[in-house]
Design a protein around this ligand. Structure first.
Ligand code: PMP
Ligand code: GLN
Length: 385
């Protein structure tokens, strides 16, 4: 293994899901729903397979039906107009979109400013591109039970070598939804310092407080922003790995240059099904949010009763907790390794999403995209800690 990748080991999600399988524990670690998404979407995939739609290589940028549906979604939800032919690219999940964007846009030695804690593939992809990550730590506000971006720290992190800001809102793992003032400041900074922005908005529809505001909608941002999303989160088909980017023709062409040599294309028949999914009525999104909101509240209440300090998420399907009221050592990694044996529940230590490990040490993430009875049983077990 080369030096660029050696530091990353095995992704925490694989490690923790394997631990759940080995111990038979309830898996609130890796973020995937334990029920599938809408049946009509699954049926659309079956129809496409049977009709032979997409069983051979689909077009490089994605099938026109899906690109059109993605553009229509951006227009309908956010009033952002993208040309399906030149400003939309279908990818193998958001994961490939992140990799292709960073590989296409970075030069070796460039600096990337990213919000810490960060989703684990960011650091690895920045490293594969030969670039350097510069973390800006989201600060926990213990009394409010939330995290906030320190805009002065963000500004101070930008140097003459900074090429790109890597943003994620709603934010995994903290559940933070960046507010208008924060996003406006990010946008102003990007314009002032002439930076590119890659924004991972895969949890755009999982927002419980406030609203999701796409960074590309802020002044001066459309031409410098690559926006990433994915069907995995919104439609509860994480195994399908259909993601996409929207951006200017120049940026989309650049990302496609990398993407064509990573996977070339993927998920042919599933692309037809996701095109249908994107045409679901607004009611679908309202129901998804209401369902997850109830689950968020159930799990947050249960975790608080069990003794955790809870950072109530404004978005995503993750809740971050501080274990110190329960475990004075504050070692979240050791806590998560022991948790299945202690009470039959798997969680993920946030420390692995930090370069400043000490900043993340006591925080542990639980996923609530699970059936209500599963969450209830997990809470019953956690209360015995
Ligand atoms: N970005 C973030 C913030 C995520 O949480 C995830 C999913 N776990 C991804 C990207 C990857 O999405 P996909 O499964 O579509 O590759
Ligand atoms: N995004 C999911 C999470 O944060 C997991 C994705 C993965 O396993 N790579 O839990």
């Amino acid at each position: 293994l080369n030096r660029r990748l050696a530091e990353f080991g095995t992704t925490i999600f694989a490690e923790m899901s394997a631990l759940a399988v080995r111990t038979g524990a309830i898996n609130l670690g890796q973020g995937f729903p334990d029920t599938d998404g809408p049946e009509e979407v699954r049926e659309a995939a079956v129809r496409a397979l049977r009709a032979g739609h997409g069983n051979q290589y689909p077009p490089g940028p994605g099938i026109p039906e899906l690109r059109t549906a993605i553009a229509a979604h951006q227009q309908h939800r956010y009033g952002l107009a993208y040309d399906p032919d030149t400003e939309v690219l279908v990818t193998a999940g958001a994961t490939e979109a992140i990799a292709a964007s960073l590989l296409a846009l970075l030069e070796p030695g460039d600096e990337v400013v990213a919000l810490e804690p960060y989703y684990d593939s960011y650091a690895a992809c920045i490293a594969m591109a030969g670039a350097t990550r510069v973390p800006v730590t989201l600060r926990p506000d213990t009394s409010a039970g939330t995290y906030r971006l320190d805009l002065d720290e963000l500004r101070a992190a930008v140097t003459p070598r900074t090429r790109l800001l890597l943003i994620n809102t709603p934010h995994n793992p903290t559940g933070t939804v960046l507010i208008r003032e924060e996003l406006a400041a990010v946008a102003a900074l990007a314009c002032e310092r002439d930076l590119l922005v890659v924004t991972d908005e895969v949890y755009e529809h999982l927002v419980f407080e406030g609203e999701h505001l796409p960074l590309a909608g802020f002044p001066g941002m459309r031409e410098r922003t690559v926006t990433i999303s994915s069907a995995g989160k919104t439609f509860s088909y994480t195994g399908w790995k259909i993601g996409w980017i929207t951006g200017s023709p120049e940026l989309v062409t650049a990302v496609r240059s990398a993407k064509q040599f990573l996977t070339y294309v993927s998920g042919g028949p599933l692309q037809y099904a996701v095109a249908e999914a994107l045409r679901l009525p607004d009611r679908f999104y309202a129901e998804l949010r209401a369902d997850l909101l109830a689950k968020r509240d159930l799990l947050c209440a249960g975790l608080a009763e069990a003794g955790f300090a809870v950072y109530r998420p404004a978005g995503t399907y993750f809740v971050t907790t501080d274990i110190r009221p329960l475990d004075a050592s504050g070692d979240g990694i050791a806590f998560c390794r022991a948790l299945p044996e202690r009470c039959g529940v798997v969680a993920v230590p946030n420390a692995v999403f930090y370069d400043h490990r000490d900043q993340g040490a006591p925080f542990v993430r639980f996923a609530f995209c699970k059936r209500t009875e599963v969450l209830q049983e997990a809470v019953t077990r956690l209360r015995k800690l």
